[in-house]
Write a protein that binds this ligand. Structure first.
Ligand SMILES: [Zn+2]
Length: 403
C-alpha cells in the first residue's frame, strides 16, 4: 500500500489523506480525501474554519501507469458551504486542471512522451484517448509559443509553401539567426504576414533585414510596417525568373527555329541547363543555335551570366554588372527578357541589398522536407493549428516515426 508521501512524490497529489488502495484486474485505485486543514473555499479562498461540509462527491482521475497497469486516483470530495462568501461549492482540486479527468502529473508525462513517440502510442501508454493526448500536447506547445520572445529578432526570411494540391498556401517566417519558425499563417497575401510584423514592431525587435522572394504582397507588407528595414530579394528566386524568361523566349521563337534543332533532344532542356553541366551533344546544339538564332543564343548567355551577380567582391562592381546586364537584356529584343530587365531594374536595390546582409530564403527551402515529414506526423492539415504549432518547434524536433 502506498503512503501519503508516495502520492505526493509520484503523482503530485499533496495535502491528501490516503484512505485505501484497491486492485481491480489491471487497475490500481488510490482513494484519497483532502486533509481538514488544507480546505479552502473555491470561491473566495477562505480557510477551513470558515467552511461547513455539506455533502459528498466522488471523482476518478487517471494517474501515471505502472508498467502496463493503469493507476487511478479516486477523490472523495466534499461540498463546502462557506460562511464568509455564502457560497456552496465543491472543494478545489489542485492536482488536476479544471474539469480534466487526469492528473497534472499525467499531462506532464504526456508532454514528455510526445517528444519521443506518436500521439497514438502515447495515448495507448498512458491510457487516455487520442484527442486528450493531442489536446494536452497542443496546449503545452501553445503555452511554450506564447512565452517565446521576439525582442531579439534581427533577420528573417519569408516564403510560401504549397500545403495542398492546387492553390493553398502557407506563409512561413523563419528567424535566420536562431533557425526558429516564428510564424505561419494560411494564404500568401499581405494579411498572412501583417499580424506577425505588427507583433514584431510592438516587441521593438531590432529588425535589420528581411529575405523575400519577389512576391509583391510580402514586399508591400514589410514596407508598410518597417519602411526602413532592408528587403533582400533571394538570389535563387531571381535565377528562377531568368529560367522562366528563357523558357518563354524559346516558346515565342519556336516558329523561327528549324524543327531539326528544336527536336534534337530538347532545345528547352539545353537552354535551362547550366553550361558546365552540358554534354557534348548539348554543347553542339548551342553552337548550332548561335548560328541560327542570335537573340535566343544571347539570351542563353545572359542567363548564364546572371548567376555571377552574387560573386562580386563588392556591391559597387555588382551594380555595374547588373546595369550592363539589364542593358543587354533589353537589347536582345526578346519580349520575355525585356520584361525581366524591367523587373530587375525596378528591384535593383533589393537585389543588391544581398551584398550588405548576405541573407536568403534558402534556409526556408531547406524546411521543405521537414514539412513533408511533419505533414505525415501531424495527420495532414486536418488540424491546421496543431500543424502550425508543430511547425513552430520544428527546429528542435527529433525525427520520429510517422503515425
Ligand atoms: Zn468563500
Amino acid at each position: 500500500m502506498a503512503t501519503t508521501s508516495f502520492l505526493y512524490h509520484s503523482m503530485g497529489v499533496r495535502g491528501y489523506r490516503y484512505i485505501r488502495c484497491e486492485y481491480d484486474g489491471e487497475t490500481i485505485r488510490h482513494h484519497v480525501r483532502l486533509r481538514k486543514y488544507r480546505r479552502r473555499c473555491r470561491g473566495c479562498g477562505a480557510r477551513w474554519h470558515h467552511l461547513v461540509l455539506d455533502g459528498q462527491f466522488e471523482r476518478v482521475f487517471v494517474s501515471l501507469p505502472i508498467g502496463k497497469r493503469r493507476q487511478e486516483v479516486v477523490l472523495h470530495g466534499q461540498i463546502q458551504e462557506c460562511r464568509r462568501c455564502g457560497r456552496r461549492l465543491r472543494e478545489p482540486i489542485p492536482f488536476a486542471d479544471g474539469g480534466r479527468r487526469y492528473l497534472r502529473a499525467v499531462a506532464a508525462y504526456v508532454v514528455y512522451l510526445c517528444d519521443k513517440a506518436t500521439i497514438k502510442d502515447v495515448a495507448e501508454i498512458v491510457g487516455l484517448g487520442w484527442d486528450s493526448v493531442k489536446e494536452i500536447f497542443k496546449s503545452h506547445l501553445r503555452r511554450k509559443l506564447r512565452k517565446r520572445s521576439l525582442s531579439h529578432v534581427r533577420r528573417i526570411a519569408v516564403d510560401e509553401f504549397a500545403v495542398r494540391k492546387g492553390y493553398h498556401y502557407l506563409t512561413v517566417v523563419l528567424d535566420l539567426d536562431s533557425g526558429q519558425v516564428l510564424w505561419s499563417a494560411e494564404g500568401r497575401s499581405a494579411d498572412a504576414l501583417l499580424p506577425f510584423l505588427d507583433r514584431l514592431k510592438r516587441c521593438r525587435a531590432p529588425l535589420q533585414a528581411v529575405a523575400l522572394d519577389m512576391w509583391p504582397a510580402y514586399t508591400l507588407a514589410v514596407k508598410s510596417v518597417f519602411p526602413r528595414v532592408a528587403i533582400v530579394y533571394d538570389p535563387f528566386h531571381i535565377v528562377r525568373l531568368v529560367n522562366k524568361a528563357i523558357d518563354a523566349a524559346q516558346r515565342d521563337l519556336a516558329n523561327q527555329i528549324p524543327k531539326a534543332i528544336r527536336c534534337r533532344r530538347g532545345l528547352r532542356f539545353v537552354l535551362l541547363r547550366a553550361r558546365e553541366n552540358l554534354d557534348l551533344k548539348g554543347a553542339s546544339l548551342l553552337t548550332d543555335l548561335m548560328k541560327i538564332n542570335r537573340p535566343l543564343y544571347k539570351a542563353y548567355l545572359l542567363k548564364e551570366q546572371l548567376r555571377a551577380l552574387w560573386d562580386f567582391p563588392s556591391a559597387i562592381l555588382a551594380r555595374r554588372f547588373l546595369d550592363q546586364w539589364i542593358h543587354q537584356a533589353k537589347a536582345t529584343g526578346l519580349k520575355a527578357f525585356h520584361q525581366l530587365a524591367k523587373t530587375l531594374d525596378i528591384h535593383r536595390e533589393a537585389i543588391l541589398a544581398w551584398y550588405e546582409h548576405h541573407i536568403s530564403t534558402g534556409p526556408l527551402e531547406g524546411l521543405n522536407n521537414k514539412i513533408k515529414t511533419l505533414k505525415r506526423q501531424a495527420y495532414g492539415f486536418r488540424d491546421m493549428e496543431y500543424f502550425q504549432l508543430r511547425l513552430a518547434f520544428i527546429h528542435s524536433a527529433i525525427p520520429r516515426f510517422p503515425g
